[in-house]
Structures are given as C-alpha cells and as structure tokens.
Write a protein that binds this ligand. Structure first.
Ligand SMILES: NC(=O)c1ccc[n+]([C@@H]2O[C@H](COP(=O)([O-])OP(=O)(O)OC[C@H]3O[C@@H](n4cnc5c(N)ncnc54)[C@H](O)[C@@H]3O)[C@@H](O)[C@H]2O)c1
Ligand SMILES: [Zn+2]
Length: 357
C-alpha cells in the first residue's frame, strides 16, 4: 500500500492506494479518526461485487453500516438520486459525526460527496473509488455535484473527503472499455506535468492493460500526486486548476455534439488531447516529436485520436464556446509546451479552426 497526502491545511487528507484495500477500509477509516454510523452509497452493479467485503470490514472495525443503493448511470446523477440519499440519512438519524462512504465510480462519488457536503451542512465522507477514472481523477480534489436537465455538473460544491481508499484490485471487474477511458486522464497528467509518468506509460502500457497490480498502483499514485499538486495550488479553480482541462475543451464539445451516447468521456478526451497537441505545435509552442509521441500513446492505449467522419471540427465550436472556461469571446485553451509542460493560451473559435483545418 502507498500513501500520499493532499495538503490543504485543515482539510488535508490521505489517499491510500494498493491491492485488496477494500477489505481493510474499516481499519483505514478508524486510523483516520472516523467512527460511528456509515452510509455506504453505491449502486447495484458495484454492490454485487464489493458491498459485502466493505460491510464486513466496517463491522469488524466497529462501524454501523447502512447501505444506500442508487440506480446506476450518468443519467441518474441528478437531484432525484440525491433525495434518495437525504431521505435515508434522515430516516436513519444520521448525525454531524456520522459519515458517508462513496463506493463506486465517479457518478457515485460526485453524488455521495455532494450529499455529504450538504446534509446537516456537512458530514465527513470517504471515497472508495472503483473505476480507474475515479481513482485517478474524480475522487481527488473535492469537486462534488449533480447534473441538471440543462447541463452537466451545474449543481455542486467543493468539499474535500477525509480519506480516499483506492483498491486497484477492484479494477479487475471493470469493463475493459471503462479502464481504457480512465487511462486518458493518466496520459493527460503525463502530458501536462509529468514526463516521467508519460514515459512509464510508453514503456509499460501492455502490462497496465493486463492489470498488473504493481504498475496500476504506480500510475494511480503518480496521477493522484499530479492532481493533488494542482488542487493544492488552486483548490477552487480560480485559474491554474484549469490545466486539468487539457484535451477537455475539444473533448467536452465532442461529447456534447454526439449527445453523450457515442463516446465515453475518456474517449472524447483522447481525441481532444490529440487535437490540443496538434494545435500546440501549429502555434509554435510544442515540438513535432512530442505531438507524435502523445498521439502514439493515446492510440496504443486503444483510444481514438480523430473525429468520427460525420463530425466536423466546426460542429464543435458551439460546444467549445459554452465551455465555462470561455470568457471575453476567447476560449482558454490548455496548450502543451512539450511533454510535462503546459501553458494557457486564449484563442477564438476561428483561430482554432484555422490552426487545425
Ligand atoms: N468530481 C470530479 O472532480 C470529477 C472528475 C472527473 C469526472 N467526474 C464525474 O465522474 C463521472 C464518471 O465517472 P466514471 O467514469 O467512474 O463512471 P461511472 O461512475 O458511471 O462508472 C462506470 C460504470 O462502471 C461501473 N463500475 C464501477 N466500478 C466498477 C467495478 N470495479 N467493476 C465493474 N463495474 C464497475 C459503474 O456502475 C458504471 O456502470 C461523471 O459523472 C463525471 O462528471 C467528476
Ligand atoms: Zn476528464
């Protein structure tokens, strides 16, 4: 097991990463100073796989666990699911010291985290992420929230967990496509801030895709370290945290243009990162060799790097402009300056089209 810490003064917390940690979650929570009642928020897919060991581990450590099952799926990351959590917390008389545990992917983490942020104006919560995306991205950094009919993540709060427990053994049951989608975020950290991680991926991708536990632990730890450094510098995304959007301006626009049904988030980000790297080279910020390596790694992971033939770059402009990072008619684009280095650059839609056309 490896431990790292997100340093945010009185909101600091440990991230524990390793294999077979789900069986130790109760003891780890005890170590983190938590006690009493725990609401285990999960969904039927994940519950079937991991609820029993979590429940047993919690009981052994003296916690009283109450499972709360929500329907699976991004379309259920909404206020109705949130209501289910509040109803149960109230019915079970959860108090300020009681705690919420998110057992699942990013959808469960965002829902449970927001419930914890708001129930009684905030109760402690623990993330036990079970997808690669959740282990390397959504469980770290304290963004919580739900979707609204008019847009994704429109309702939310910044609220840090007390502990993150990432069991890489849980990734064995994850559909391969979800694993690959999660790798997009790992590649992203390599490109924006960690050349060493990028090279680790280049050299070991087949073993990672074959779920080698030691390598998975290394890439999850390394990814969390990179995200933690960004969050520590700019917790509430006033400015710098937006570097985490590398590949996401075009990626989000592609998800929107294809109505969120065709691409998983990481797949759209694969295309977005390839385009962002190419754009960086066109603007003279990045060398051609780095772009080649970025595109090759995305491909090797099994992610797309090109837009589908029926989607034009110009179709994506409205999606890029509504991006919340857009201001003053220009889009705040995260540009690569070669492996491990980034900068922001403000571009109009026309400039993006011209550079990539
Ligand atoms: N808070 C943040 O900072 C942040 C960052 C990135 C993404 N997100 C959010 O995360 C969500 C996406 O998360 P995701 O990609 O984890 O999707 P997800 O939570 O929908 O999980 C994907 C699927 O895998 C299943 N699953 C989870 N763990 C499993 C396991 N170990 N074995 C088998 N199946 C398993 C889930 O039930 C689901 O069907 C989005 O809502 C996104 O907005 C949040
Ligand atoms: Zn992302």
């Amino acid at each position: 097991m490896q431990t790292l810490t997100v340093q945010l003064s009185d909101r600091s917390y440990p991230i524990q990463v390793g294999a077979e940690l789900i069986e130790r979650v109760g003891a780890l929570m005890q170590q983190a100073g938590l006690r009493g009642k725990v609401a285990v928020v999960t969904n039927p897919t994940v519950a079937q796989l991991y609820l029993d060991p979590v429940h047993e581990s919690l009981s052994q450590a003296g916690f009283q666990a109450t499972p709360i099952l929500l329907p699976d799926g991004e379309e259920r990351k909404n206020l109705q699911s949130l209501s289910i959590i509040y109803d149960r917390l109230i019915a079970e008389r959860f108090e300020r010291k009681s705690c919420v545990l998110a057992l699942g992917g990013g959808v469960i983490g965002d829902l449970a985290g927001f419930a914890a942020a708001t129930y009684l104006r905030g109760v402690p919560y623990v993330q036990v992420p079970t997808t690669l995306l959740a282990q390397v991205d959504s469980s770290v950094g304290g963004k919580t929230g739900v979707n609204h009919d008019r847009g994704k993540n429109l309702i939310g709060a910044f609220y840090q967990p007390k502990l993150v427990v990432s069991d890489v053994a849980a990734l064995r049951s994850l559909p391969h496509r979800e694993l690959v989608a999660g790798l997009a975020e790992v590649i992203k950290y390599g490109v924006i801030s960690d050349r060493h991680l990028f090279e680790l991926l280049e050299q070991n991708l087949p073993r990672i895709l074959a779920l080698d536990g030691e390598l998975l632990t290394r890439i999850v730890v390394r990814s969390c370290e990179n995200k933690a450094r960004v969050v520590e510098a700019d917790e509430r995304e006033d400015d710098y945290r937006a570097v985490l959007n590398f590949g996401h301006t075009i990626g989000h626009a592609l998800e929107t243009a294809t109505h969120y049904v065709r691409f998983l988030h990481g797949e759209a980000v694969g295309v977005g990162m390839a385009k962002a790297a190419a754009l960086s080279a066109h603007l003279g910020f990045c060398d051609a060799r780095s772009v080649e390596r970025v595109v090759a790694l995305i491909k090797q992971a099994g992610l797309p790097t090109e837009l589908p033939s029926d989607v034009l770059l110009s179709d994506l402009i409205p999606g890029m402009e509504v991006d919340k990072k857009a201001a003053s008619g220009k889009i705040k684009f995260v540009i690569s300056e070669g492996l491990g280095r980034t900068r922001f650059h403000w571009l109009t839609a026309g400039e993006i089209l011209k550079a990539l056309g």
